[in-house]
Design a protein around this ligand. Sequence first.
Ligand code: DC
Length: 227
Amino acid sequence: MASVAVIAVDGPSGSGKGTLAVALARRLGFRFLDSGALYRIVAHAAITGGFDLADGDALAGLARRLTVHFELTQDGVTVRLDGTAVGDAIRAEPVSVAASRVAAHRAVRDALLELQRSMRRPPGLVADGRDMGTVVFPDAVLKIFLEASPEERAQRRYNQLKDKDLGVSLRGLLESIRERDERDRTRAVSPLVPAADAIVIDSTLLPIDAVFAVVWQRVIDAGLARA
Ligand code: DC
């Protein structure tokens, strides 16, 4: 299935990559993969099941048992685990922190590789994550790497979470983002770095529709859509 087009959208959380990836998938009628949700689901299952977050092999066992589907809906994305929508539980801060630890294990990353690649099906896939362009889909036809300053990303996340009563503070989010960035960028396996052939865009001062416009032109240039 190597000829099915993949668009890789990588970057740190809060860079706008999720919004961009969903918008691209919708506009193109492509399938959508939120790879971060997979790490979050493993982390959530690990917390619920009392697993040791340092035990990569046990966590990989959890990861191998996942049956996950992503569905684009009118208001966003529904993530289904064994057919049941997982909802906001995987977005809570403790799960974000645990997901970053879970994602640092090579065994877990290897266990999720096949599941991620199995989502590459016609008519195409938009894959959102950290290593979509470097490791999971190195032959992606288009690779976007979105950046934004930690302060801006903390503010965006705060705006997303504040109404959901998940008990977050802006300062706490900024600290947590800095800590996770450090772990995601410096880990030995699949660190958060742009692929050599990625288009790097800084969204700190760019509204999402401006980012979309820049990327859409690249989609056209790549022959995936008409002007
Ligand atoms: O994008 P997100 O915040 O939902 O990701 C949750 C965690 O999973 C985050 O710490 C980074 C990690 N992750 C990863 O290591 N590789 C991916 N492809 C996607 C996410």
